[in-house]
Ligand binder design. Structure first.
Ligand code: ADP
Ligand code: MG
Length: 405
């Protein structure tokens, strides 16, 4: 067999129409949104009840949506806005909306440049003075005599990077004469509201919608809806769906997790040439996914945070009980070794808290001493994994060598 026909046959195997597992793998991909979202009718109602009157000319209330990841906040919001737009068009009511994933924007300029773009007002991507962009949007929007909804998905991210953007947005309505805007802020961080500047908080959360975790039963329905179109009827061993649903339910009712599990399990089965997806494939998929999440989170940390994590790693290798002060001492020596600016104990303590929030370490308060609160620090992820990823940074790999751990 020559090289080409070999590759051909490999492709054939994966594209084969009588693939025993997949009919259409796209349906289990993270980007696929089904036409109908089961178990969220009550959320559609809540949103429609708030937005509907605004469409008839009333004042729009801002909506604050929160709930843990994978509970359908993004999907449901997009769905409702799409339907609303359709209704408005049918009845010839002016309505438009902008959708931001705030992880990808960091300045007020970018926010307003995109807003301009969405209402077809021409501004360059950079270069103008912010006040001019702001003015152009305001005037452009007012001319349209419209209701414009601005969705800020992952709004906590914008708040961290540009609090001012949020402040300006919440004040925008009072500057408009003929048009109105409504803001929908979405966050996965259930504690975020408490950290908001009170002026922004009261404006953003005029109305609140909470997305509760899906139960295992609900997750099973969500999976079933996709399975019919995505997988062959006989490809699933009995119990597989239940297991994917159960694990998603344990992970704070996360539909994304359940769907990912099923997809990865099916891919593993396919790669093995198995006829059916089994519970064992799901267990393996779980390991793959958990590992990927940790690798992603760890890999994307800034160098200072990585150095703190490395200090915790080294500290744990040398003694059983590690407190904030120990970590700081080791961190200081790392900084010296690799010529990194040394942060204050206070900042390092913040970084430890961040690592705790990410679930990479646990930090428990043990005493309130003269230098503030001391905490007992522990790694929560396998040490081999931490080392493997930190070593990818050549500066930190030097530290491992010096410390021979
Ligand atoms: P969140 O924004 O709350 O983190 P998403 O809206 O991104 O969650 O949903 C996560 C994944 O689960 C997406 O792939 C979405 O299509 C799917 N999903 C969420 N809720 C449902 C539902 N009720 N029915 C079908 N699929 C859903
Ligand atoms: Mg989301």
């Amino acid at each position: 067999m020559d090289e080409h026909s070999n590759i051909d046959s490999i492709f054939d195997k994966y594209l084969d129409e009588d693939n025993p597992i997949f009919i259409n793998r796209e349906i289990l991909s993270p980007n696929y949104v089904p036409e109908y979202l089961p178990h969220r009718e009550d959320k559609f109602e809540e949103m429609a009840k708030i937005l509907g009157p605004a469409l008839r000319g009333g004042s729009p209330s801002n909506i604050f949506i929160y709930g843990t990841t994978g509970t359908g906040k993004t999907a449901v919001t997009k769905y409702v806005l799409k339907k609303l737009k359709k209704k408005a068009d049918e009845r010839e009511i002016e309505f438009s909306f902008s959708f931001f994933n705030c992880q990808h924007i960091d300045t007020k300029y970018r926010v307003f440049a995109q807003l301009c773009d969405d209402i077809a007002v021409d501004v360059p991507f950079t270069g103008l003075h912010f006040d001019i962009v702001y003015q152009k949007f305001k005037e452009g929007l007012d001319e349209l005599k419209t209701l414009h909804i601005i969705v800020l998905d992952e709004v906590d991210s914008l708040y961290r990077k540009s609090t001012e953007s949020l402040y300006i947005l919440t004040r925008l309505n009072s500057e408009l004469v003929q048009s109105k805007i409504g803001i929908i802020g979405i966050t996965n961080d259930v504690n975020f509201k408490e950290t908001l500047d009170p002026r922004i908080r009261s404006s953003l959360s005029e109305e609140e919608i909470v997305f509760s975790p899906y139960t295992a039963e609900q997750l099973k329905d969500i999976l079933n809806q996709r399975v019919e179109k995505a997988l062959n009827k006989d490809a699933l061993e009995f119990g597989v769906l239940n297991l994917c649903a159960a694990i998603g339910a344990q992970q704070h009712g996360d539909a994304r997790r359940s769907i990912d599990l099923l997809r990865v399990a099916a891919e593993l089965a396919e790669r093995e040439g198995a006829e059916k997806v089994t519970e064992l494939h799901v267990r393996k998929a779980q390991q793959v996914i958990e590992r990927n999440t940790v690798v992603e989170v760890l890999g994307s940390l800034p160098i200072q945070t990585k150095a703190v994590l490395q200090a915790i790693f080294i500290g744990e290798s040398k003694s059983e009980e590690l407190n904030t002060g120990d970590v700081y001492d080791i961190y200081s020596s790392i900084c010296k070794l690799i010529r990194l600016d040394r942060l204050t104990p206070r900042r390092v303590s913040d970084l430890i808290n961040e690592l705790d929030m990410l679930g990479l370490v646990t930090a428990r308060v043990i005493s309130k001493g003269r230098y503030g609160r001391s905490k007992r620090i522990n790694l929560t992820i396998p040490k081999a994994q931490v080392k493997e990823i930190l070593e990818k940074d050549f500066r930190l790999s030097k530290v491992f060598e010096e410390n021979s751990v």
